[in-house]
Structures are given as structure tokens and as C-alpha cells.
Design a protein around this ligand. Structure first.
Ligand code: NAD
Length: 502
């Protein structure tokens, strides 16, 4: 059983004050400082206070962690463990994460300013589900015997890859780490995780809990450090078989080049997005659609890869839509203290990101879009990296507001007249992560689904799904899928065994 969650801000703050923050590199089953003693500061974005100094790993630390994972791979302490035994480790691992829910929620809330209520009710339960789901897959990984001629037997074994290097983003620190390490470990690989240097507390704790659950030391290592240093060293490492990445499209591009410069390791990318939501005049219920639209862009303060940041609204709906959107946003999202369990909108992850989002808003104003509400920092919280929920109307598809991933609470509304125009606008993007269609006409919904260039299309909902759903993008939103059996497949390779009977 997890300990009871505090019910008010004072309770959460008291728990935060008594927390031991995980700050080391986690190599070979224990926390350690960086070899050269380097540290980086963890800053609480809600007030700018330094929370801790964390070990900042460099290339030599990546070498140590990869060597540890490589040794664990070579002696088979994980991949040769019986599937049921590995499943038992996974089941205990998931239970321990569930029991540590309050602590893990706090770690994410402190590191990146996520409202603690979201971390507790979304990130942690989704992480537990991810671990349970991939854990349950372990003894269902099957090879094949193909239908050959009589003089041969052909077996196809499904085998893990070796050492997987996982590089993750800061927007869901615990959950994005779990989306990488759970399928990698379930497939029998060993892992070196390089979490975002802005949010490494919970990934380090996750690795500790794996060992506490009976996972052998060396199988799951974590090296916190700067992207261009530790991340780049992992991407170039000759003993890493695959890089599994969640982050920006720009970094994804570098990782593919690093694979080419080193050992042609596999590179699986989950990158940026600019997801369109299409609202047609025959949608069943405007309030339901608007509620989803508001949540789709302002949840996690818009720091979501599949955020529904482009609202494509039919001209007939436009006026009612803007009115309802403005009202619902004001009801649901007001900036607040992340440790207050009633808060729904926290700060940006850091001051630099806040400044970047504000600069994009200024670009939008300069390009001639109309600012319907928001559009600035929160004047009531100057010490924090807050950005007010923002809506632009009158956005044209060529504007930066419609093309660039802002990764903040900024919605851009584009008006359309015809279905064909909606499809053209939706697909006019380098990204193709997700999209949604709101209509009561089933034929129209299917027509649009077929026409949209996106890895995930929601119909009359936004953001829904479960673990069976392959999650990932078309075009420059990536080349892989998280969650799902398709994802597990990406951490396996086939070995064809041809046996002559003649
Ligand atoms: P980022 O690309 O700046 O960083 C992501 C990770 O890459 C971090 O761990 C960082 O340290 C590392 N990194 C940075 N430079 C590197 C380099 N040169 N070599 C190796 N590693 C390097 O992205 P971010 O700002 O942390 O995250 C936001 C981005 O993540 C957004 O674009 C968002 O859309 C994307 N994202 C995508 C998904 C998805 O599933 N498609 C999910 C969450 C976030």
C-alpha cells in the first residue's frame, strides 16, 4: 500500500521538506558522484530556488555505465533469467513504484513544476501500468517455425539487442523513462538511461526501485548529465546497440548522425509535434469538444508532445467556439503553486523555456495574429517561470504560430470553410504526431482519418488510449512507436536458424 497522499499544500510541502532527493549517478546498483566531481543545480521552477546539486556525468561516466550494462549483458544475469523470474521482478518493481507514489509525484513536481495532483493521478499510475503491461509480455515473446520444404527446419528466434541507451525528455520525467526502460528490459536488454538534466530525480529513484525489486545491478543504469556531453557520448558509444529517444526533433537529427558516425546503432525517435484538432460544424456537442480542446493544450502547461496546439475550427462554429473556449480555459486553468493539490497549471520547466515561449508569443503578435487572451508571464508570480494560458485567433497556416512547436500553453486557432481545406491545413506541417476529428458523421470521420498524416488520430476525443495503442509520429515527429506490442518488437531482433535435414 502506498502511504496516504497529503490533502493540502501544507501537507505536501511538509512531505517535500522531509524527502531525500536522489542526486547521484546510478551505476552498477548504487548512487555515485561523477568521476570528475562535476555537479549541476536542480532548480525549482515555481520559485527559482536551488533544490540540490546533482552529479553531472560526462563521457567517462557514460563509459562506466555502458561497461556495467555490457558486463550484465555478457554474463546473462538478466536475459538468461527464466521468463517467469523476470516477470516476478517486474511485478515487484511495479508494486514498489505504486507504493512510492507520493514520493515519486513529489520528485517530478519539484524538478519540473508539474502540479503534484497531476503527477499523483496521471504520471505515477500510468508508470505502474506501463511496468505491469510490459512485465506481463515477457513470457509471451515468441519465435516461429516457418513452413519450409521437407528437407529443412526453419526457426526464427526473437532475441534482445544488447545495451540500449535511452535518452528522455523532462515533460513527464518518470513516465517517459518508463516508456523507454520497461519494453527494453522486458525484451531482455540492459539499459543506460540519460534522463533530461532538468528532471532526473524520479528516473534515478526508478532505477533504485528496480534493484530493490530484485533486478540485478548493472542491468538498469542512470547517468544524469548534459545532453551535448553525456547524451552525445551515449549516442556515439560503440557498445550501445540502440538509442531510444524522446525529445526534440533537432536532437533527434543529431542522434541519427551520431549513429552514422559510430556503429550504425538503431535510432528510435519520438520527437516533436504540432497536432491539429479539427472541429466540424456537425460535431455532436460543442461543450464536450471545447472541454477536450482546452485540456488538450493546457494540460501540463502545454508541455506535451502531442498537445493539440492547432485548433482548426469551421467558420460556422468560430464565434461560439472562441467564447466557449475562453470561458472553459478560465474555469479550468489558473497558474498556481505545484504543491497545492488544487493547482492545474504549473510553471514552465525553467526560466529559459519560459523566455522561449514568451518570445514565440511575441512573434505571433508581430506576425499579425489576434491575441484573444493570455499572452504573457503571470504578473502575480514573477519569481516563477509561469506563462498564462494563451489563445491566438486569426492565425494563418504560414505563421510561426501554426508551424513551430511552442511547447507551452499557447493555442493557435485557424478558421476553415471546407473539409478539403481542413485536411490541407492539418497536413501543412513538418510534424505528424497526432490529430483529432470532431464530427457526428461516421463517413466523414473515416474519410478524414484516412487523409490525415499522423501516427495517432482521435475521433470525438483527444488524448485517450491504453497500453495497446502504438504511440508515435509520422514525418518529423519520429520513426518509432512507444507503448504497444509494436514498441516491444523494436527492442528485439530476429535470428533465423536454418537446419538442414538432408
Ligand atoms: P531535448 O531534445 O532538448 O532533450 C531531450 C533529451 O535529449 C534530454 O535528455 C537532453 O539532455 C538530450 N540531449 C540534448 N542534446 C543532446 C545531444 N546533442 N546529444 C544527445 N542527447 C542530447 O528535448 P526536451 O526539451 O527535453 O523535450 C521537449 C521535446 O520533447 C519536445 O520537442 C517534445 O515534443 C518532445 N517530446 C516528444 C514525445 C513523443 O513521444 N513524441 C514525448 C515527450 C516529449
Amino acid at each position: 500500500m502506498s502511504d496516504a497522499a497529503p490533502t493540502d499544500r501544507a501537507g505536501w510541502a511538509a512531505r517535500a521538506a522531509s524527502l531525500t532527493l536522489p542526486t547521484g549517478l546510478f551505476i552498477d546498483g548504487r548512487q555515485e558522484p561523477a568521476l570528475d566531481g562535476a555537479v549541476l543545480e536542480a532548480v525549482y521552477p515555481a520559485d527559482g530556488q536551488v533544490l540540490a546539486e546533482m552529479a553531472c556525468g560526462g563521457a567517462a561516466d557514460i563509459d562506466r555505465a555502458v561497461a556495467s550494462a555490457r558486463a550484465a549483458w555478457a554474463d546473462g544475469r538478466w536475459r538468461h533469467m527464466a521468463p517467469r523470474a523476470r516477470m516476478a521482478v517486474f511485478a515487484r518493481f511495479a508494486d514498489l513504484v505504486e507504493q512510492a507514489a507520493v514520493e515519486l509525484a513529489l520528485l517530478d513536481s519539484l524538478s519540473m513544476g508539474k502540479p503534484v495532483a497531476d503527477a499523483l493521478t496521471i504520471d505515477v499510475p500510468e508508470t505502474v501500468l506501463t511496468l505491469r503491461w510490459f512485465g506481463e509480455c515477457i513470457d509471451k515473446i515468441e519465435g516461429a517455425v516457418t513452413n519450409t520444404a521437407q528437407e529443412a527446419v526453419h526457426l526464427i528466434h526473437r532475441e534482445p539487442l544488447g545495451v540500449v541507451g535511452a535518452i528522455s525528455a523532462w515533460n513527464y520525467p518518470l513516465l517517459m523513462a518508463a516508456w523507454k526502460i520497461a519494453p527494453a528490459l522486458a525484451a531482455g536488454n540492459c539499459v543506460v538511461l540519460k534522463p533530461s538534466e532538468r528532471s532526473a530525480f524520479s528516473p534515478i529513484r526508478l532505477a533504485e526501485l528496480f534493484v530493490e525489486a530484485g533486478g540485478p545491478p548493472g542491468v538498469f543504469n542512470v547517468v544524469n548529465g548534459l545532453g551535448p556531453v553525456a547524451g552525445a557520448a551515449l549516442a556515439l558509444h560503440p557498445d550501445v546497440a540502440k538509442i531510444s529517444f524522446t525529445g526534440s526533433t533537432a536532437t533527434g537529427r543529431r542522434l541519427m548522425m551520431a549513429a552514422g558516425q559510430s556503429n550504425l546503432k538503431r535510432v528510435a525517435l519520438e520527437t516533436g509535434g504540432k497536432s491539429p484538432q479539427i472541429f466540424l460544424p456537425d460535431l455532436a456537442d460543442l461543450d464536450t469538444a471545447v472541454d477536450a480542446a482546452v485540456r488538450g493544450i493546457f494540460d501540463n502547461a502545454g508541455q506535451v508532445c502531442n498537445a493539440g496546439s492547432r485548433l482548426l475550427v469551421h467558420a460556422d462554429l468560430h464565434e461560439d467556439f472562441v467564447r466557449a473556449f475562453t470561458r472553459r480555459a478560465a474555469e479550468l486553468y489558473r497558474p498556481g503553486d505545484p504543491l497545492d493539490p488544487t493547482t492545474s497549471l504549473g510553471p514552465m520547466v525553467c526560466r529559459a523555456h519560459q523566455q522561449g515561449v514568451l518570445a514565440r508569443i511575441a512573434d505571433g503578435v508581430a506576425e499579425g495574429a489576434e491575441l484573444a487572451f493570455g499572452g504573457g508571464a503571470d504578473p502575480g508570480r514573477p519569481e516563477g517561470a509561469y506563462v498564462l494560458p494563451t489563445l491566438f485567433t486569426g492565425v494563418a497556416s504560414g505563421m510561426s504560430l501554426a508551424q513551430e512547436e511552442i511547447f507551452g500553453p499557447v493555442a493557435s486557432l485557424l478558421r476553415f470553410e471546407t473539409e478539403d481545406e481542413a485536411v490541407r491545413l492539418a497536413n501543412e506541417s513538418i510534424y505528424g504526431l497526432a490529430a483529432s476529428v470532431w464530427t457526428a458523421d461516421l463517413k466523414r470521420a473515416h474519410r478524414l482519418v484516412k487523409a490525415l498524416e499522423a501516427g495517432v488520430v482521435w475521433v470525438n476525443c483527444f488524448g485517450d488510449g491504453d497500453m495497446t495503442q502504438p504511440f508515435g509520429g509520422y514525418k518529423q515527429s519520429g520513426n518509432t512507436r512507444d507503448k504497444s506490442l509494436e514498441c516491444l518488437d523494436g527492442y528485439l531482433q530476429s535470428k533465423s536458424v536454418w537446419i538442414s535435414l538432408s
